[in-house]
Design a protein around this ligand. Structure first.
Ligand code: ADP
Length: 398
């Protein structure tokens, strides 16, 4: 079954076409700067020699992007058959515990979650509505970043604030990056040769956004992100955990508005804020090697807090088969893995430095010594494949 996976951001549309059972990538691409004066696109397929690139008319949006995409997929050279569409949706609140056919009640439920993700869900909905108009005969499925975390129990998802805020307004921890954590959990089970339902791991998704999750017997029991993706680990530009009192102080003593604090904590903090240089781990590693003290400190805070969170998550599950690193940093940054694991020796992790140095680059790899009581594994994530699989599974069973 060929699945078109669509991920709509506020000004972009990312897509891939994946043969769900083999995982084969048939096409992928990005429409960028939608709604601006200079929207542009790049689409490519291993079945064609050259990528298709170009610009779209001024202020073109999802409609024009999907016109261009549909024409590309149906073009004489490609002629790709699509059997269903899987949409990445950021927030499913408590409505969605798994993938779901996007009929009217489901669309209404996604809309009702918009207040929890005001920057993401409305963009996702616009993309779905456009896709429904362009491909009216195809089943359209929603796959939610939050769904995998719906197995988390109240003792882990409730904030210690007045209970009615949860009851009346849904203020609780939801967690994100669900497709990535779910994908690496299934890959870890395969690598360890165990059924997923008997596999327990802690997964660390370290990209621009970062989160870790404790997964016991295939189900998520806790994660570091909360009501929004701002909670938890230090990220590229997001602060992660801090004393909520900092927000009052920024407002009352420094006169910052709520909007300014929102921007400060989401876009100007994390690695960028600490280093005053970059949100990109590669640049920070290079700057650190050249002696930049702020970059060295930023990276140290990143790995220190990561190790502290992993140790905390370990206390939420009774056994653990492996610690998994994924995402751009987790898959590629040898030093982040080494520095984090050096702080976690007490969990029984014995790093194999040579295996660590050669792991990643698109390959799975165990990076601990053969007799290490707790294994660490690098697993390249594939959220699109997870979305394609879930879409195919749902469509196949209907
Ligand atoms: P996103 O969350 O946007 O999908 P990615 O998963 O691509 O982001 O991760 C981006 C992060 O991965 C950046 O901090 C980048 O510097 C880091 N990264 C990518 N490649 C490397 C590398 N070879 N070494 C160190 N860090 C890397």
């Amino acid at each position: 079954m060929n699945i078109l996976v669509i991920n709509c951001g506020s000004s972009s549309l990312k897509f891939s076409v994946i043969e769900a059972c083999s995982g084969k990538d048939l096409a992928r691409g990005l429409f960028d700067k939608l709604g601006s004066e200079t929207p542009c696109y790049k689409m490519e397929s291993p079945l064609l020699e050259a990528p298709a690139t170009g610009s779209l008319p001024c202020h073109a949006g999802y409609e024009t992007a999907l016109d261009t995409l549909a024409a590309y997929l149906a073009s004489e050279q490609l002629q790709l058959r699509i059997d269903a569409i899987g949409h990445r949706i950021v927030h499913g609140g408590e409505h969605f515990t798994g993938a779901c056919l996007l009929d009217q009640p489901a669309m209404d439920a996604v809309k009702s979650c918009s207040s929890l993700a005001p920057l993401h869900n409305p963009a996702n909905l616009l993309g779905i509505e456009s896709a429904k108009r362009h491909f009216p005969k195809l089943p359209q499925v929603g796959v939610f970043d939050t769904a995998f975390h719906q197995s988390i129990e109240p003792e882990a998802f409730l904030y210690p604030i007045p209970f009615e805020l949860y009851q009346q307004h849904g203020i609780r921890r939801y967690g994100f990056h669900g497709s990535s954590h779910k994908y690496v959990a299934s890959e870890a089970a395969r690598i360890l040769g165990k059924p997923l339902k008997q596999t327990s791991i802690i997964s660390a998704h370290l990209g621009n956004g970062c989160s870790a999750a404790a997964i016991e017997n295939g189900s998520c029991v806790d994660t570091t992100m909360g009501l929004t993706p701002l909670e938890g680990l230090v990220m590229g530009t997001r602060s992660g955990d801090l004393d909520p009192g900092v927000i009052f102080h920024l407002h009352r003593s420094l006169g910052l508005s709520i909007e300014e604090i929102d921007t400060l904590l989401n876009k100007k903090s994390g690695l960028l804020g600490l280093s005053q240089r970059s949100n990109d781990m590669r640049s920070l590693r290079q700057a650190s090697a050249e002696g930049d003290v702020a970059a060295q400190r930023a990276v140290k805070i990143f790995t220190r807090r990561l190790a502290k969170s992993i140790a905390g998550l370990r206390s939420t599950i009774s056994s653990c088969d492996a610690l998994v690193f994924t995402g751009g940093i987790g898959e590629n940054d040898v030093q982040t893995r080494a520095e984090t694991l050096a702080r976690l020796a007490h969990l029984g992790i014995q790093l194999d430095p040579a295996a660590n140095a050669s792991a990643g680059r698109g390959q799975n790899g165990i990076i601990t010594q053969p007799d290490s009581p707790l294994k660490a594994i690098v697993i390249p994530t594939n959220e699109e494949l997870m979305i394609a699989r879930e879409t195919a599974q749902l469509v196949g069973s209907n």
